[in-house]
Design a protein around this ligand. Sequence first.
Ligand code: AR6
Length: 324
Amino acid sequence: MPLHIIRNDIRNVECDAIVNAANSSLLGGGGVDGAIHRKAGKELLEECKKLGGCRTGEAKITKGYKLPCKYIIHTVGPVWQGGNNGEKALLEACYRNSLKLALEYGCESVAFPLISSGAYRYPKDKALRVATDMITEFLSYHDMTVYIVIFDKSSFAVSEKLFSDVRSFIDDVYAEVHTYSRNRMLGSFEASMPMAVSCDRSICLEDMITEIDESFSQMLIRKIDEKGMTDSECYKKANVDRKLFSKIKNDINYHPKKTTAVAFAIALELTLNEARELISKAGYSLTRSSKFDIIIEYFLLNKNYNIFEINETLFAFDQVMLGV
Ligand code: AR6
């Protein structure tokens, strides 16, 4: 069910179908298209010749031949012409039509390259946004594991503003921690004040005492209830697989990975302190000496609970992503 962003050569991804960013002739080309044809072998071209081409935004399917996938879905992305020529709608159609075909052919897992973001020059951050939005929408109705495969990390970036905001936040926090520890060594009284961590008072002492024996699983289920969410709303928003959620729900002592615990804190739209409390139930903390933790703190403080945007940012900073 979840969406994964991974870095790889799409030809090596083992799943039911991989998607090819083709051109309308379907007879091969450069980029990922050329790479797929080279590895799949000549028989792929023979089958493609029989398909009669493909219009922009549409998709056609062939066998996978020498690749480790059963099928290759060929779709034709739009050429970027500045953004005012229907490029977005056409790119959305590529994802919609490819996923529809995958469903018709009973695929349980599909891998996409960032369509149009190479030779067709669609800006990578915008192309990634379209990909995550369309796949997320699809996954809210269908059970499938979908991968976005990023090939060329150096040319990949989340929106520049978000990237630079997170970058400055990390720098500020590192500087703050550094100054704090240096001043403490010098014995400065002011500096021995705690760091300026934003603090909310939404958790009262009484609640904390009654909740002291609650396990991660129990707290999660209680919070889902309190937020008026359904289980599936919560695990989908956390980018967590239904099976994993069931395991957590059915075993009150389940010990999730930190990335899973944090994903639920995001899905539940917790404040920073509430999030700290939930993940502490799984034995973890959010500190200011880890880049991963600081990025999570940034998003919690900014009340940005879009897990895919968080994952894009974590990916851009070479950190592990949330969910499964
Ligand atoms: N695995 C995953 N992603 C890849 C790989 C790979 N092996 N190789 C490249 N990419 P492009 P387009 C990424 O140019 O923009 C072809 O000639 C690449 O970094 O392959 O849709 C077709 O025949 C980029 O982010 O496709 C068409 O004429 C993304 O795949 C035209 O290019 C898409 O880049 C299609 O252009």
